[in-house]
Design a protein around this ligand. Structure first.
Ligand code: PLP
Length: 434
């Protein structure tokens, strides 16, 4: 077999050393864990745990809000936020088509109905221009996601919400530390929901938080995630059925040092990302997401670029991404799908009765939507680089751009090539061969 230049075609791998490992732990995490270990207070009781409480206050303040509460996952953070604003069975909640399934699952879990809108090709976030068309008399809330490295257009979303008397929950699972016109991610809507799952910018393995400026909402969140017990302040005396969604103290303990380290890490990422963007300028077939000056502090969970196969001899994204991976660059193409098409969203209307209420036939969420921009991003265009690729040296960043240029220069080697990495790139993350 002829050896190509590309590693995927038998050539030399461009990058053989690993990028910065994530999650990252230092001695501060060990000290905090030791403190929990010897304290005999491992759970979230008495509520809220010492570490969870201290972190939640700091985290809320960091995002310019008054109140914060840790929970055990980001999915639960969204669920608790939906409960806090009083979403009930049969209500409709507007969500973006292109996101992680965990944005949408909680809407179904409270027996409400997700209504999908397409994304803005400039940001890959919910397209605010399409929201009003999706509003019906049953709509109660908008649930934008600040996806990847951009914000949903909060100016427009807040304007539309005020006009139609809707609530807003910001899914900030990608946006730790992000700011929009000086306001923290999660502080502009009624509540903000964060995830601390392993891949996130602050992580404790699994975890989440809800932030808000509204004490009544915070009290409901606290009751809901603490088995229905009274909230810490209990000013509004709400009593609801709740569940145990508390965050344990081992996990809460490592969040403090992670938050302390975020500004320093954000600065490294930002510097590296600027270099990355500069080196990718004028690269044929590659475009960057449009910058938005309203984002006053960047929170890049993933650096997202666009790949245009029509400008590179019709070589599909799956082949391009697989070739980059084989050059030693962690990246992904089919990172998210339009949620309603995903194999992780096999909605059975028998499980979610509100989908049938008042209708002859239940809503078929899997087939009733068409979101061409989400399709384009998901299946052809978007390439995601994990944030930790940008936490290292200048050489790390240059390896990524060098690999992109190498693959583009030798793109013909990919024509007709079959490789497991290419086959995997045609599948969603949950369906790949290991
Ligand atoms: C956009 C988005 N929303 C929600 C979630 C749910 O968070 P978790 O995995 O902590 O439940 C995630 C993360 O996985 C996410 O990326």
């Amino acid at each position: 077999m002829d050896m190509g230049k590309l590693a995927i075609a038998g050539g030399k791998t461009l990058r053989t050393t690993p990028f910065t490992a994530w999650p990252m732990a230092r001695k501060e995490e060990a000290v905090a864990l030791e403190d929990v270990l010897t304290s005999s207070k491992w759970g979230g009781q008495p509520f809220p745990g010492k570490h969870a409480d201290a972190f939640a206050r700091k985290f809320a303040e960091f995002h310019t809000t008054k109140y914060g509460q840790c929970v055990n996952t980001g999915t639960v953070a969204i669920q608790a936020a939906l409960r806090a604003i009083g979403i009930r069975a049969g209500d409709e909640v507007i969500v973006p088509a292109y996101t992680w399934e965990g944005t949408v699952g909680p809407v179904l879990l409270v027996n409400a109905i997700p209504v999908f809108v397409d994304i803005d090709p400039d940001t890959y976030c919910m397209d605010a221009r399409l929201i009003e068309k999706a509003i019906t008399p049953k709509t109660q809330a908008i649930l934008p996601v600040h996806l990847g490295m951009r914000f949903a257009d909060m100016d427009e979303i807040l304007r539309i919400a005020a006009k139609h008397n809707l609530k807003v929950i910001e899914d900030c699972a990608h946006a730790h530390g992000g700011m929009w016109k000086g306001r923290g991610a999660g502080s502009m809507g009624d509540l903000g929901a964060f995830s601390f799952q392993s891949s996130k910018l602050i992580t404790c393995g699994e975890g989440g938080a809800v932030i808000t400026n509204n004490l009544e909402y915070m009290e409901r969140v606290q009751s809901y995630i603490n088995a229905g017990r009274a909230s810490v302040t209990d000013k509004y005396h709400h009593r609801i059925v709740g569940f145990n969604y508390r965050l344990g103290e081992f996990q809460a303990a490592v969040l403090g040092p992670q938050l302390d380290r975020l500004p320093e890490q954000a600065a490294i990422r930002e510097k590296n990302m600027m270099r990355f963007a500069a080196r990718l300028q004028n690269t044929p077939g590659i475009a960057l997401l449009k910058p938005d000056p309203r984002i006053t502090r960047l929170a890049p969970y993933g650096y997202v670029i666009k790949y245009f196969s029509e400008k590179v001899k019709e070589i599909p994204r799956a082949s391009f991404v697989a070739a980059l991976q084989l050059e030693g660059i962690p990246c992904d193409g089919l990172f998210y799908e339009p949620v309603y098409k995903s194999s992780l969203f096999p909605v059975d209307p028998n499980d979610y009765p509100a989908l049938s209420w008042g209708r002859e036939k239940p809503l078929d969420l899997r087939s009733m939507y068409s979101c061409p921009e989400a399709d384009r991003a998901a299946y052809r265009e978007a390439i995601w680089f994990p944030h930790q690729n940008f936490l290292g040296s200048t050489e790390d960043v240059d390896a990524i751009t060098d690999a992109i240029h190498k693959v583009l220069e030798n793109i013909e080697e990919l024509r007709g090539l079959d490789h497991k990495a290419i086959r995997n790139q045609k599948l969603g993350r949950a369906d790949r061969e290991s």
